[in-house]
Design a protein around this ligand. Structure first.
Ligand code: GDP
Ligand code: IMO
Ligand code: MG
Length: 425
């Protein structure tokens, strides 16, 4: 039962979309299991760049089934637009399946998201896509699931009732009310298009697993944004770690073979929250420019910093990562020396464990080890043997610090700028 999971090991944007696209060359089915259109997964094919938000990154490989699993929160209007955009670029979307158990995001969730942010003492810096409020409705058991896209009368009744409830909350906060009928018309238009995609994906995924097909789970965000394991409350509202694939896709834990951890050669973060190795100097700006570190969903500049082995070791442990895919190694080409955070000093005490407390993370002073740069372009390197010695040394140290093995290295955004690694000696 060859089921693999691929997850981000930092604060998102590690290059998961690119890796999924590369790995799906040998895969039959790709399954998203959490999050929603807060994700922005970039795939570059030749000179074309595509950004996916809800549709799994296997969509550019003909014959690969692309499943939007039960663990997601799906904005039906946004999904309809995304599918139209993909078709407009010449790709088929008939392989897409939408779980009947997935929760839906509506306009009132997006308004509630921005209302929470504007009034909050703790601003999270969300993507504004309504993710948190939609997961809140799921947990308070007032959410509307994708199965309703097949039953338009009941969908309309539930939508009107939920809008009325939210409109009362909005009125109390001085927020303009939702125009219920105009918004419902948009939802019903999307429903017409999406209804045929809605099915019981728990059965289709398990059938594929049982038949011995290669199934790959595509994580969104990263471990440090996980609702339990991340830098709470500066996190997203789902379980982004590999365990989430079982609940969000409906597969049993025994079916899992490998857990791929995607790890950027440095660290980035979008939105608010602690980031111990953040750089506020020219090097941080250089990484942002060279790495084109601007959000694929919101366009916000990403905060940049050195590789944080304390945080990523925690992430690899919780995820059970046994294969690392290191991305954006090429973005370090120009640096004379590269710092790696190997421990934190928190209020005078050294630790190599990732603190749960935001106050401790904010107080954490990174303890750095410095490695020499390689000062040469590696973006055309196509095997580990051709990497400069200092690049190999850097990779070996990364793997050692996070206690896992490097299986893939990525040296550019394109498919061909990727190679498998068996040895780094
Ligand atoms: P995701 O959310 O994890 O899928 O990552 P994003 O797509 O948000 O951000 C990763 C960015 O880095 C995208 O623009 C990719 O095209 C790009 N990228 C991925 N791998 C590499 C790499 O090895 N080198 C460089 N230079 N860019 C990369
Ligand atoms: P991918 O899949 C990076 C961040 C937001 C914010 C926090 C909560 O492309 O790696 P939310 O809208 O989820 O309630 O926002 O999470 N965030 C991401 N940061 N990459 C992402 O996805 C993200 N999805 C959410 O910036 O700090
Ligand atoms: Mg992204």
């Amino acid at each position: 039962m060859p089921v693999d999971i691929l997850v981000g090991t930092q604060w998102g944007d590690e290059g998961k979309g690119k890796l999924i696209d590369v790995l799906t060359r040998d895969v039959d089915m790709v399954v998203r299991f959490q999050g929603g259109n807060n994700a922005g997964h970039t795939v570059e094919i030749g000179d074309k760049r595509y950004v996916l938000h809800l549709v799994p990154s296997g969509i550019f490989r003909p014959g690969v089934a692309c499943v939007i699993g039960n663990g997601l929160v799906v904005d039906p209007v946004a999904l309809d637009e995304e599918l139209q955009g993909i078709e407009g670029k010449g790709f088929a979307t008939d392989s897409v399946q939408l779980s009947n158990r997935a929760q839906m995001i509506f306009v009132y969730h997006r308004i509630a998201d921005s209302l929470n942010e504007s009034g909050a003492a703790t601003k999270i810096g969300t993507t504004g896509r309504g993710i948190g409020p939609a997961y809140m409705d799921k947990m308070r058991r007032t959410g509307i699931r994708a199965i309703e896209l097949k039953y338009l009368d009941s969908l309309a009744a539930r939508f009107r009732a939920e809008c009325a409830r939210y409109n009362r909350l909005f009125a109390a906060s001085g927020v303009p009310e939702v125009d219920v009928e105009a918004e419902l018309a948009k939802v019903l238009r999307a429903a017409k298009r999406l209804a045929p995609l809605v099915c019981d994906t728990v059965y289709s995924v398990n059938r594929a697993v049982k038949a011995g097909k290669n199934v790959l789970f595509e994580g969104a965000q990263g471990a440090l944004l996980d609702i339990d394991h991340g830098t709470y409350p500066f996190v997203t509202s789902s379980n982004t770690v590999s365990g989430g694939a079982c609940t969000g896709g409906g597969v049993p834990p025994q079916s899992i073979r490998n857990v791929w951890g995607v790890i950027k050669a440095y660290t980035t973060r979008v939105g608010e929250g602690p980031f111990p190795t953040e750089l506020f100097d020219d090097t941080g700006e250089k990484l942002r420019q060279i790495g084109r570190e601007f959000g694929a969903t919101t366009g916000r500049p990403r905060r940049c910093g050195w590789f944080d082995a304390v945080a990523s070791r925690y992430a690899c442990m919780v995820n059970g990562v046994n294969k690392l895919a290191v991305t954006k190694l090429d973005c370090l080409d120009d640096l004379d020396e590269i710092a790696v955070c190997v421990a934190y000093k928190v209020n005078g005490v050294m630790t190599t464990e990732f603190p749960a407390s935001v106050a401790e993370l904010e107080a954490a002073e990174p303890v750095y080890e410095y490695l020499p740069g390689w000062k040469t372009s590696i973006s055309a390197v196509d095997c580990a043997e051709k990497l400069p010695d200092n690049a190999k040394k850097y990779l070996r140290r990364m793997a050692e610090l996070v206690d896992s093995e490097i299986a893939i290295v990525s040296v550019g955004p394109r498919r061909d700028q990727t190679f498998a690694v068996s040895s780094l000696s």
